[in-house]
Design a protein around this ligand. Sequence first.
Ligand SMILES: C[S@@+](CC[C@H](N)C(=O)[O-])C[C@H]1O[C@@H](n2cnc3c(N)ncnc32)[C@H](O)[C@@H]1O
Length: 222
Amino acid sequence: MRSLRVLVACEFSGTVRNAFLARGHDAWSCDLLPSEDGSNRHIRGDARDLLHDGWDLLMVAHPPCTRLCNSGVRWLTKPPKDKTLDQMRAELDEGAALFSTFWNAPIERICIENPIMHSHAKERIVGYEKPAQIVQPWWFGEPQFKATGLYLKRLPPLVATDKLTPPASGTAEHKNWSKVHRASPGPNRGHERSRFFPGLADAMADQWGGHAVVVEMLARAA
Ligand SMILES: C[S@@+](CC[C@H](N)C(=O)[O-])C[C@H]1O[C@@H](n2cnc3c(N)ncnc32)[C@H](O)[C@@H]1O
């Protein structure tokens, strides 16, 4: 089986990169930050500079989204104490431009993982399409709630691999499953909340790096 050249942009944890590497693919992560696991399969820098380097698959494992997602829409009319309205709008434009660059990259297959966006973000994205599916980590054996949009180009929606039963609301276990939302405030909160889920990364690598995709690609290339 031919291996795929996979670029995992905006990833410091290496979770998605390692899932593809473990299945024999030529996978690289790229982030402005150094890799957390010290891997030599990490490029530190701006992922936009790598998009023309002949990749088969671009995974964007959660671009910076605080100004794009629904939960942040209130700041566009009432900025937080340390920012002006103009700064907030500039950050929205920047976030939308980054998403657009990835979404319109010259790469055959693209997945961008992002929370649900508000209308101001959608209208700034070139060629916007709604997420092909909304997944939950608990569909992939991870006891967590976090609705995650997958924006897909020429990739099939993921099939759940290990659907857990969510605990009843109001129970201690339910609270525990919500810990992504409940991470304690502090300088590392955003960093911790943005970490990718290994069960979801495994499903991506199995289903998108898998045999059917490669066979189809080889047929096209022939
Ligand atoms: C929300 S975090 C995603 C973390 C990821 N889910 C992981 O498990 O490592 C967004 C990341 O995008 C990175 N980033 C922002 N702009 C970037 C760019 N132009 N090129 C590469 N990485 C970028 C940030 O440094 C940050 O680590």
